[in-house]
Design a binder for this molecule. Structure first.
Ligand code: NDP
Length: 503
C-alpha cells in the first residue's frame, strides 16, 4: 500500500478532519448522520465554489510580471511609475476571449482582452485593453446590445452568425473593428503573439501642469502570429485550452513573454482641429500623424500559484488611474469607469479590492467600511469626514482630477462631432487597402464568406455585401461572389449555423 504524505487534513476552522474517505454512518450499512459536519461542510463549500463568471471575457488566463521604464516619459507625465528609466513596477496581466463562456475553446474568432494591473507606488493603475486598437462602437449605450448579439439566442441557446451580422451591418461604425476581427488577427496563435492596446484615448499631465492626450500600444516582442481559420478550428477540437496552456507552459519554460510599451502623444490643444475625432473609439491615430514613442517593456515571468484566487478573482477597472494619468471625453471609456467596478461588486463582492490580487501595494486610507468579507479595517479610525479625530484628509493637489474644459452646451443625446476626415468606413478601407498583404485580404474574404455564409438570412447577407463594399468595392464583389456559391459542408466550429432568429 502506498503511504500518503502531506500535512494532516483539517476543516476550514483548522480542526483535524476525521477521514478523507468515509462519512459518518450508523454501522456499515446504516444512514449518514447530519452531524457529520466535515462531510456537510465539504458539500456546502463545494456548492459555493463558483462565483458568477464574467458576463464578458469569461474565459481568461493570467500571469505576473513587471513593467520597466526604458525611455524618458517625464515630458508628458508625472506618473511615478513612469518617472525614471530602469524603474520597475509589479504587474498582473489577464488575457481573455470576449464572447465565449468559461469552457469555450480558446482559439475561435473573437477579440482578445489584454488587461493589466500595475501595482504602482501611487496605487493601482489598470489598463483594461484589447488586442485591437479600436472597438465596435463609439457610444456605450450600444455595448449591451452588441454583446447580446455575440452571445446566445434566447430560445435555442445557440450562438448565431445571423444575429452578429444583423447587428454589425446595422451599426456601420463597427466596420473598422470587424475588418480586424475577420482578418487572421481575429484568431491569434497565442496570447504571446498578439499586441495589446489601451484602445481609448487617455490623458496625461506632466509636473509642469501641461496636459496631453495619449494612446497606449503594447507591441509583442514575440512577433505577431495568427492561426488561419481552419487551423484555429482544428485547434478548438484538439486542445480547447490551447492559449491557456501556451502561456503557462512558456512561462514555466522560462520563456517570459515580453511587450514594448509605445505611446502616441498628442498635445492637448491639437484635439480640437485634428482630422479625426481623437476620442472616437472606432478610430486610430495614424502613425504618420502621431508616431509611436518607446516608453517601456512589460515582461510576464511568473505563473499564478492558484488560478481561482488570482485569475478568476482579479478585478480590473479603467477607473484606476494614478496621478499623472487620466481620462478623456471618450464616452465608452467614461461608461466603463462605472461599469467595471460595478460588475466586480456584483461578481466578487463589496470588498473585492481587499483580495491580495486586487489590493494595492500602498496603504489604503478610505472611508468605505464593512460589507461582506471585510478583512482589512481601519480599527477605531473615524468613519466620517470631516472629523477632528485624526481621520484621513484628502490632498486636493496630489489627488487632482485631470480634466478638460467643456463649452457651455445644451444637454441632449448627440452623435459624435465629425472632424474633417471622419466617416465609418475610411480607416477600415485604409487597413484593407494599404496595410493588409494579398494573403491577408484573401483570408479576410474567405473568413467573411465562411462566417456570413452559415446561418445568415438572405436579407442580412445582402447587407453584409453592402457593408464590405463600403469598405472596399473589390472586396465587396469578392464576398458577394463567395456568398452566392453553395455553402461548404461544415459550418465554422463555435459559429454554429443557427437558424436565423428573425426571418
Ligand atoms: P501604419 O502603416 O503606420 O500602421 C499600420 C499598423 O497596422 C501597424 O501598427 C501594424 O501593427 C498594424 N497591422 C498590420 N497588419 C494588420 C492587420 N491585418 N490587422 C490589423 N492591424 C494590422 O498605418 P496607420 O497608422 O496610418 O494606420 C492604417 C491602418 O492600420 C488603420 O486604419 C488601422 O486599421 C491599422 N492600425 C493602425 C494602428 C495605429 O495606431 N495607427 C494600430 C493598429 C492597426 P503591427 O505592429 O502589429 O504590425
Amino acid at each position: 500500500m502506498t503511504r500518503r504524505t502531506g500535512p494532516p487534513t483539517t476543516t476550514d476552522s483548522g480542526i483535524l478532519a476525521p477521514s478523507d474517505e468515509y462519512s459518518l454512518t450508523v454501522g456499515p450499512s446504516g444512514p449518514i448522520v447530519l452531524h457529520d459536519h466535515y462531510l456537510v461542510q465539504k458539500m456546502q463549500h463545494f456548492n459555493r465554489e463558483r462565483v458568477p463568471e464574467r458576463v464578458v471575457h469569461a474565459k481568461g488566463s493570467g500571469a505576473h510580471g513587471f513593467f520597466e521604464v526604458t525611455d524618458d516619459a517625464r515630458w508628458f507625465t508625472k506618473a511615478s511609475f513612469l518617472s525614471k528609466i530602469g524603474k520597475r513596477t509589479p504587474v498582473f496581466a489577464r488575457f481573455s476571449a470576449v464572447a465565449g463562456e468559461q469552457g469555450y475553446p480558446d482559439t475561435l474568432r473573437d477579440p482578445r482582452g489584454f488587461a493589466l494591473k500595475f501595482y504602482t507606488d501611487q496605487g493601482n493603475f489598470d489598463l483594461v485593453g484589447n488586442n485591437t486598437p479600436v472597438f465596435f462602437m463609439r457610444d456605450p449605450s450600444k455595448f449591451q446590445d452588441f454583446i447580446h448579439s455575440q452571445k446566445r439566442l434566447p430560445d435555442t441557446g445557440l450562438r448565431s452568425n445571423d444575429m452578429q451580422w444583423d447587428y454589425w451591418t446595422l451599426s456601420p461604425e463597427s466596420a473598422h473593428q470587424v475588418a480586424i476581427l475577420m482578418s487572421d488577427r481575429g484568431t491569434p496563435k497565442s496570447f504571446r503573439h498578439m499586441n495589446g492596446y489601451g484602445s481609448h484615448t487617455f490623458s496625461c499631465i506632466n509636473a509642469a501642469g501641461e496636459r496631453f492626450w495619449v494612446k497606449y500600444h503594447f507591441k509583442t516582442a514575440q512577433g505577431i502570429e495568427n492561426f488561419t481559420a481552419s487551423e484555429a478550428e482544428a485547434m478548438a477540437g484538439e486542445d480547447p485550452d490551447f492559449h491557456r496552456r501556451d502561456l503557462s507552459e512558456a512561462i514555466a519554460r522560462r520563456e517570459a513573454p515580453e511587450w514594448r510599451l509605445e505611446m502616441q502623444v498628442m498635445p492637448f490643444a491639437e484635439a480640437a482641429d485634428y482630422r479625426f475625432n481623437p476620442f472616437d473609439l472606432t478610430k486610430v491615430w495614424p502613425h504618420q500623424d502621431y508616431p509611436l514613442i518607446p516608453v517601456g517593456r512589460l515582461v510576464l515571468d511568473r505563473n499564478p500559484a492558484n488560478f481561482f484566487a488570482e485569475v478568476e478573482q482579479a478585478g480590473f477597472s479603467p477607473a484606476n488611474l494614478v496621478p499623472g494619468t487620466g481620462l478623456s471625453p471618450d464616452r465608452v471609456l467614461m461608461a466603463r469607469i462605472f461599469s467595471y467596478h460595478d460588475t466586480h461588486l456584483h461578481r466578487i463582492g463589496a470588498n473585492y479590492e481587499q483580495l491580495p490580487i486586487n489590493a494595492p501595494r500602498v496603504e489604503v486610507h478610505s472611508y468605505n467600511k464593512e460589507g461582506a468579507m471585510a478583512y482589512h479595517h481601519a480599527g477605531a479610525q473615524p468613519v466620517y469626514a470631516p472629523n477632528s479625530y485624526g481621520g484621513p484628509v484628502a490632498d486636493p493637489e496630489a489627488g487632482e482630477d485631470l480634466g478638460w474644459s467643456v463649452a457651455s452646451q445644451e444637454l441632449g443625446r448627440y452623435a459624435y462631432d465629425l472632424h474633417r476626415d471622419d466617416d465609418d468606413f475610411g480607416q477600415a478601407s485604409a487597413l484593407v487597402r494599404d496595410v493588409m498583404s494579398n494573403t491577408d485580404r484573401t483570408h479576410l474574404v474567405s473568413n467573411v464568406v465562411n462566417h456570413a455564409g452559415h446561418g445568415v438570412s438572405a436579407a442580412v447577407q445582402e447587407r453584409v455585401v453592402a457593408y464590405w463594399t463600403s469598405i472596399d468595392h473589390e472586396l465587396g464583389r469578392e464576398i458577394e461572389r463567395g456568398l452566392l456559391k453553395p455553402p461548404s459542408a461544415s459550418p465554422a466550429i463555435g459559429e454554429v449555423a443557427a437558424a436565423p432568429h428573425h426571418s
